[in-house]
Design a protein around this ligand. Structure first.
Ligand code: E4P
Length: 217
C-alpha cells in the first residue's frame, strides 16, 4: 500500500519523507490556499518545491472545467516535473481529458469521486489513480469505506490497472480499514500517518527495557 500525504505544507511533507515511508503527495486548491500559496506562478513554483522533497508522484490539480482548458493547464503542469500527476475533476470533460493524457503516457488522478459508476468511468478513461473521498462521504452519514470495497470489487472483476487512491482519509482507522479492503494508495494528513506509530504497550515496554538495561550498567 502506498502512503501519500495530503497537504501543501512543506514542513509536513519533509517530516513524512524523513520517516522513509512516503510514496507521494496529493494537493488541491484548498490545501494550497491554506498554506497561503496563491497566484498561478507561486502555485507552479510550489509544485516544483514539493517534487524536490519527495521521490514519488505529486498530484497537481487543474482548475479549468472545460476540456481545452484542462489540456492546456495539464500540459503546463506536466512540463514542470516528471513526478507531476495531472489531477482532473470527475466531470464529463475531466474524463475526456483523462483519456487524452493517458493516451499520451501522462499520469492522471481523477478526483472528487463519490460513486462506483464514477470510478468505472475513470478506469475506462485510463486513469492512473482514482480518488474516492471517504471522509466526505462519512461526513454525510454514508459509508465511505464501502465505496472502496465496491470499487475494489469492480476493478478486480476486469483487472483494471487504475490504482484506488483512498482520499479524504481523516484518521488512522481509515488507513487501516483501507489497507484491509485493498486500496492501492491512501492519502491523508500527517497525523493519520504518524498516529499509526502509537501504542501504550510500546511506550511501557520501551521504558522497561531501558530501565532494565541501566540496572546492569
Ligand atoms: C484528495 O486528493 C483530496 O485532496 C483530499 O483527500 C480531500 O480531503 P478532505 O475531504 O479532508 O478535504
Amino acid at each position: 500500500m502506498k502512503f501519500f500525504i495530503d497537504t501543501a505544507n512543506l514542513e509536513q511533507i519533509k517530516e513524512a519523507q524523513d520517516m522513509g515511508i512516503l510514496d507521494g503527495v496529493t494537493t488541491n486548491p484548498s490545501l494550497m490556499a491554506k498554506e497561503g500559496i496563491t497566484g498561478t506562478d507561486n502555485i507552479m513554483k510550489h509544485y516544483v518545491d514539493i517534487c524536490n522533497i519527495v521521490d514519488g508522484d505529486v498530484s497537481a490539480e487543474v482548475i479549468s472545467t472545460d476540456f481545452d482548458g484542462m489540456v492546456r493547464e495539464g500540459e503546463a503542469l506536466a512540463e514542470l516535473h516528471e513526478q507531476i500527476v495531472i489531477k482532473l475533476p470527475m466531470i464529463k470533460d475531466g474524463i475526456k481529458a483523462c483519456k487524452y493524457f493517458s493516451d499520451r503516457g501522462i499520469k492522471t488522478n481523477v478526483t472528487l469521486v463519490f460513486s462506483p459508476g464514477q470510478a468505472l468511468l475513470a478506469a475506462k478513461a485510463g486513469a492512473t489513480y482514482v480518488s474516492p473521498f471517504i471522509g466526505r462521504l462519512d461526513d454525510i452519514s454514508t459509508d465511505g469505506l464501502n465505496l472502496i470495497a465496491e470499487i475494489r470489487h469492480i476493478y478486480d472483476n476486469y483487472a483494471f490497472e487504475t490504482q484506488i487512491l483512498a482520499a479524504s482519509v481523516r484518521h488512522t482507522m481509515h488507513v487501516i480499514d483501507c489497507a484491509k479492503l485493498g486500496a492501492d494508495v491512501m492519502t491523508g494528513p500527517l497525523k493519520s500517518i504518524t498516529g499509526l506509530l502509537n501504542h501504550p504497550l510500546t511506550d511501557i515496554g520501551l521504558e522497561k527495557f531501558l530501565a532494565d538495561y541501566k540496572k546492569g550498567n
